[in-house]
Design a protein around this ligand. Structure first.
Ligand SMILES: Nc1ncnc2c1ncn2[C@@H]1O[C@H](COP(=O)(O)OP(=O)(O)OP(=O)(O)O)[C@@H](O)[C@H]1O
Ligand SMILES: Cc1ncc(C[n+]2csc(CCOP(=O)(O)O)c2C)c(N)n1
Ligand SMILES: [Mg+2]
Length: 270
């Protein structure tokens, strides 16, 4: 995979998690590009900037970091009207207000397509990494599968509901910030559950014993922005209670074991 090949060649000890934790702060960056992550006709302009913000916030949340500052790098075509540009800006402002961070700068360029990269700086007293231990429960939040189904519908030219998680991911910040104390490792599900399980397997040197069969349409659905996490078995009841309290569905589906796990999904990246 050329993406992994490239990242391995960057000299840094901070690379490998959803964000880099340095001196109490978490730094994370993610892109949201037209024709890679979305087509113009699928989204309103304020939905584009809002989702670009959410996919970034997702990385901070799973590290148990509270967002403080954001930088926005954006390219858009000259043909956008002032009204459309206003809409783009409003999506960024809406997310900042909702999640309580400040936009502190960025860069704007002319480009044929809409291209957004955001960099976030958050704070965490107790960061959660992707490093699982042996004999822990493995769980995910929410329901998986709908995003891939909706994406396929859009790619076929069909329509999806406005409430689709593909348009607006449902972040699990309320649950995760409360439960993080009892959680050993976590990551967000951007490339599909199976791919994220493979990443945790590689980083933590663990395999999995499945307690429930996860069908491929759930395990390979990307851009879910649900959370995959592991925790000591003794924390099951407290985590279940926090899930109930925050009205967050969780599914405990595996136990970490010795071994290595490989995803069976087709790769999204090149
Ligand atoms: N161009 C790059 N230069 C330096 N580090 C990079 C680059 N691209 C990715 N990384 C680092 O590699 C690691 C994995 O990044 P990747 O983008 O695959 O994960 P992610 O952001 O969690 O997932 P996704 O982008 O699918 O939401 C992260 O630590 C990230 O900071
Ligand atoms: C037009 C269009 N074609 C395909 C897809 C599917 N897609 C793109 S990136 C990605 C995984 C996460 O990416 P990243 O790691 O870059 O965050 C997925 C599932 C889409 N959203 N839009
Ligand atoms: Mg990324």
């Amino acid at each position: 995979m050329k993406e992994e090949f490239f990242i391995k060649r960057i000299n840094s000890k901070h690379i490998g998690d959803d964000g880099a934790f340095i001196d109490g702060k978490v730094y994370a960056s993610d892109s949201f590009f037209e024709d890679i992550h979305f087509k113009r006709e699928w989204f309103e302009l304020d939905e584009i900037s809002y989702k670009a913000s959410l996919v970034n916030l997702s990385d901070l949340i799973v590290m148990n970091a509270k967002p403080k500052y954001a930088l926005i790098d954006i390219g858009f075509p000259k043909s956008l009207s002032l009204h459309e540009i206003k809409l783009l800006a409003s999506g960024f402002n809406k997310a900042a207000k909702e999640f309580g961070y400040e936009i502190i700068g960025g860069d704007t360029i002319k480009n044929e397509k809409i291209a957004i990269s955001m960099t976030f700086i958050g704070e965490s007293k107790r960061p959660v990494f992707r490093k699982a231990k042996l004999n822990e429960y493995v769980a995910f939040t929410g329901d998986l599968g709908s995003v891939d189904r909706d994406l396929k519908t859009l790619l076929r030219g069909g329509k999806i509901p406005k409430t689709s998680k593909f348009i607006t991911p449902k972040l699990r910040d309320e649950f995760f910030y409360k439960a993080s104390k009892y959680i050993t490792s976590a990551c967000d599900i951007s490339d599909g559950l199976f791919k994220e399980l493979e990443r945790i397997s590689n980083i933590s040197n663990v395999g999995y014993e499945f307690l429930k069969k996860i069908p491929k349409n759930m395990g390979c659905s990307g851009e879910e922005y649900e959370i995959l996490f592991t925790f000591p078995k003794r924390n099951l009841s407290i985590i279940s209670n926090l899930a109930k309290l925050t009205k967050t569905k969780i599914t405990v589906f595996a136990v970490t074991k010795r071994g290595k796990y490989k995803s069976i999904c087709k790769e999204n990246h090149f």
